[in-house]
Design a protein. Structure first.
Ligand code: HEC
Ligand code: HEC
Length: 428
């Protein structure tokens, strides 16, 4: 269990928050003006957002360096092999030709030395990790960015080293194992043992939060409940983009940027009893550009030949017909979260309706404020790249997804129909 150095009481909850107010105002998906100036401004904003997404730590070194002491852990025990094993990725475009050649030939780069990791950090080549290296080669600080969890690479040079793929979930990243390397006294052995059970591609963003000084356990969520890191692409027009529809993208970016990454900023949501205030706020002013960049990330097309087109066409008919999938996975976004009577309220499905474990939903803001554990219909996208499905990863293949629904809704699909449906899902 995490030792709460300071427990947060209801009295410290602020009513309306800057973060939420900003979320309401950021309308990057509103109709675009056609004037050149505005277009140029929005291009600049997307570019800014890309830099923020990839490289901005929001000052979260206050967690990863000051509290978790990860710079010391890296310097003593994280060689590149270890780093790649826990799912960290290396951006080949940040490497000089000499290192690329050495990696290709397998000589001249020591992948078993933490010093090489420090060299890679100095080159700003480790995706989602930013290190500061002194003139004498000491790693003096380290922080993380959004890209840590929501980017991967195309393995063009070798496994784990390639060109960045922004918005793709890093299905190899073992956040629990990484954090468990920390030597911080704020994390006891039981907590670290719990984190080590998460496995790759998962993280529990509701287990605790960081307020700038202390790691505060969210008592409802002990032990932890890791969920699948989702992709951050294909979100244009979706709405309420979290598993439980807690709020729009910027709400969640603020929650994670401040409370989870440990950035310096302010976030408050009375629904979950979290109120963090730090000045200057390095997160809130960056949310609009970050939003613009996320909305610009398109779902990658399923590679040609990776699914059977004729079967997928038949599967599409089943999806809309006999299987009834499209009653919830509606329209081009494949979700009905905005289909409620009031568009300012997310349309959710109770856990029992879709046969899901209610526990994670109970900890969400919508769950805590309504007392109803419910999930948002997931916008289906990039399904081939996923290792597991549903918020908790309870289905490890698309056939397992189809079988789940076949049993739950008593669809009586034949094996051939199931396989057609799977081919269709692979095409999305
Ligand atoms: C430590 C890993 C981690 C980091 C770092 C992280 N996220 Fe996430 N992100 C998650 C997990 C896990 C979820 C799913 C949580 C949920 O929906 O309840 C998520 C959800 C999301 C979603 C919702 C996607 C969807 O379809 O449901 C978006 C968008 C997103 N993150 C963007 C960001 C941005 C932008 C940042 C940087 C400010 C960031 N994330 C940092 C792990 C991470
Ligand atoms: C009653 C509404 C409803 C129906 C009908 C429905 N779904 Fe879903 N679907 C959901 C919800 C809600 C989730 C999120 C569940 C979770 O993550 O806990 C989901 C999640 C999924 C996912 C996981 C996506 C991911 O990225 O993890 C897939 C795939 C999926 N559904 C496919 C289908 C198929 C195929 C059908 C038809 C056989 C179908 N769904 C029918 C509501 C529905």
């Amino acid at each position: 269990m995490i030792r709460p150095a300071r427990l947060i009481g209801a009295a410290s909850v602020v009513l309306v928050t800057t973060a939420l107010a900003v979320c309401g105002l950021t309308a990057a998906d509103s109709p675009q003006s056609t004037t050149t100036t505005v277009q140029r401004a929005s291009v600049v904003r997307v570019d800014d957002g890309k830099t923020i997404f990839r490289f901005e730590t929001f000052g979260d070194e206050q967690l990863w360096t000051d509290v978790l002491r990860m710079h010391e852990v890296i310097a003593t025990s994280v060689d590149p092999i270890t780093a790649l094993t826990v799912g960290l990725k290396v951006d080949v475009d940040a490497l000089p030709a000499s290192i690329i050649d050495a990696l290709r030939s397998g000589t001249g780069v020591d992948l078993t030395s933490p010093e090489t990791t420090i060299q890679l950090l100095k080159l700003n080549a480790v995706v989602g990790v930013k290190g500061t290296v002194s003139d004498t080669g000491q790693l003096t600080s380290v922080g993380i960015t959004c890209a840590l969890c929501h980017s991967t690479v195309d393995n063009s040079l070798m496994a784990g080293i390639g060109h960045r793929l922004d918005g793709w979930a890093n299905a190899d990243l073992d956040v629990g194992k990484i954090v468990a390397l920390s030597t911080s006294p704020l994390l006891d052995d039981a907590t670290k043992a719990d984190f080590r059970t998460w496995g790759p591609g998962k993280y529990d963003p509701r287990h605790h939060y960081f307020d700038g000084t202390n790691i505060i356990g969210l008592p409802l969520n002990t032990p932890s409940l890791p969920v699948v890191i989702p992709p951050a692409y294909g979100l244009k027009g979706v709405g309420f983009e979290t598993y439980n529809g807690d709020g729009p993208i910027s709400y969640w970016n603020s929650y994670v940027g401040v409370g989870q990454m440990g950035g310096q900023g302010s976030f408050s949501d009375p629904r979950i009893g979290v109120s963090i205030s730090q000045t200057p706020d390095l997160v809130t002013p960056r949310l609009p550009a970050l939003l613009a960049y996320q909305l610009s990330l398109r779902t990658p097309k399923a590679p040609k030949g990776s699914f059977n087109q004729a079967a997928a066409d038949r599967g599409e008919g089943i999806f809309h017909g006999q299987a009834g999938c499209a009653t919830c996975h509606k329209g081009s976004t494949f979700t009905d979260v905005l289909s409620g009577a009031d568009p300012s309220v997310p349309l959710l499905h109770e856990a029992t309706e879709v046969g899901m474990d209610p526990t994670y939903a109970e900890k969400s803001a919508t769950g805590m404020s309504t007392g109803i554990a419910a999930y948002r219909t997931t916008p289906l996208r990039g399904l081939q790249q996923r290792r597991f499905y549903f918020h908790d990863g309870s289905a490890s293949s698309l056939l397992a997804v189809v079988n789940h629904y076949d049993a739950l809704f008593q669809l009586h699909l034949t094996e051939a129909q199931k396989s057609d449906l799977v081919e269709y899902l692979k095409s999305l």
